[in-house]
Design a protein around this ligand. Structure first.
Ligand SMILES: NC(=O)c1ccc[n+]([C@@H]2O[C@H](COP(=O)([O-])OP(=O)(O)OC[C@H]3O[C@@H](n4cnc5c(N)ncnc54)[C@H](O)[C@@H]3O)[C@@H](O)[C@H]2O)c1
Length: 268
């Protein structure tokens, strides 16, 4: 399928690692120019990888909780790379602590997760929307999670933040519709990334050492019991869904939470 993304520009916020990194490379492989923003300096290396596909790239270290810095980066991208067509917000952090029950955490464990996961998404939308609505063209994609739909107890502040991202995405989809801009969310199941490995560490930390599952056994057990296909989702599978949603093939998809989760959460 020709996605016809060549020559368009995509911004990947959180593009230094994990799924964001794969998404940046996949847009570049489709011929799209790529701008990468992340707090991790590795972001410049990812821009170089993307440039190997012969596309223009831009990278800058930014913390998504710093709205002024995001605004400056957005203006630089418009000037130096060109008109932004797609914005993908992949940033997400965990609290670093396991729930079960939620009072294992303190109320003070909540604000940073929400500042990054929810306000980061809101800041990003505010920083980029203006020239996009003036051009009446574009897409926004926010990263939520199955955990935001099922009251996952693993990391309560994280689950609640992911539900909030879905709500913001729906509001954005309604507000943008008159400007021919679509907004959707991807809800991954279990994907092997640095974040997933951190969750394994803290959610098994309280078990006696001889009962602590390896990362691989933990994934197999969890996904096998929760998702009907019983498979981990690959970063490539997430990235190909992202570029499809950015393309005109998805022109009638907006306001949706797309579960790429091996059949974990089902709606009708
Ligand atoms: N890995 C999974 O199984 C899984 C499952 C469901 C949802 N998700 C969601 O998918 C998205 C991508 O997850 P991932 O597993 O690739 O994560 P990751 O931790 O591998 O990558 C997240 C990126 O966000 C960046 N980041 C974190 N805080 C930032 C900040 N304040 N400012 C700028 N950049 C910041 C990190 O440097 C990193 O590059 C996240 O929103 C995550 O919550 C992941």
């Amino acid at each position: 399928m020709n996605l016809e993304l060549a020559g368009q520009n995509a911004v990947v916020v959180g593009g230094a690692n994990g799924m964001g990194r794969m998404i940046a490379k996949t847009f570049a492989a489709e011929g799209a120019g790529v701008a990468l923003l992340d707090r991790d300096p590795v972001v410049d290396e990812v821009a170089q990888e993307a440039a190997s596909h012969g596309v223009d790239t831009f990278s800058q270290q930014v913390d998504v909780t710093d709205f002024a810095a995001l605004q400056t980066a957005a203006a630089r991208i418009e000037n130096e790379l060109g008109p932004v067509r797609h914005v993908v917000f992949t940033v997400g952090i965990d609290s670093g602590k396991g729930g079960y029950p939620f009072w294992n955490l303190e109320p003070s464990d909540w604000p940073r997760v929400h500042e990054v996961n929810v306000l980061g998404a809101v800041n990003t939308a505010h920083a980029f929307y203006e020239p996009m609505i003036a051009r009446r063209q574009g897409t926004f994609l926010f990263f939520s999670s199955v955990s935001g739909q099922i009251g996952s107890q693993t990391d309560p502040p994280y689950s609640v933040s992911k539900a909030a991202v879905l709500s913001f995405m729906q509001i954005a989809a309604k507000d943008f519709a008159a400007y021919n801009i679509r907004a959707n969310a991807i809800c991954p199941g279990m994907v092997d990334t640095p974040l997933q490995r951190r969750i394994h560490k803290f959610s098994t930390a309280d078990l006696p050492e001889d009962e602590r599952p390896t990362y691989e056994d933990w994934c197999t057990e969890k996904i096998g019991s929760l998702a009907v296909l019983g498979r981990l989702v690959s970063q490539e599978e997430i990235a190909s869904t992202v570029v499809f949603l950015a393309s005109e093939h998805a022109r009638n998809i907006t306001g949706q939470a797309i579960n790429v989760d091996s059949g974990w959460v089902m709606h009708w």
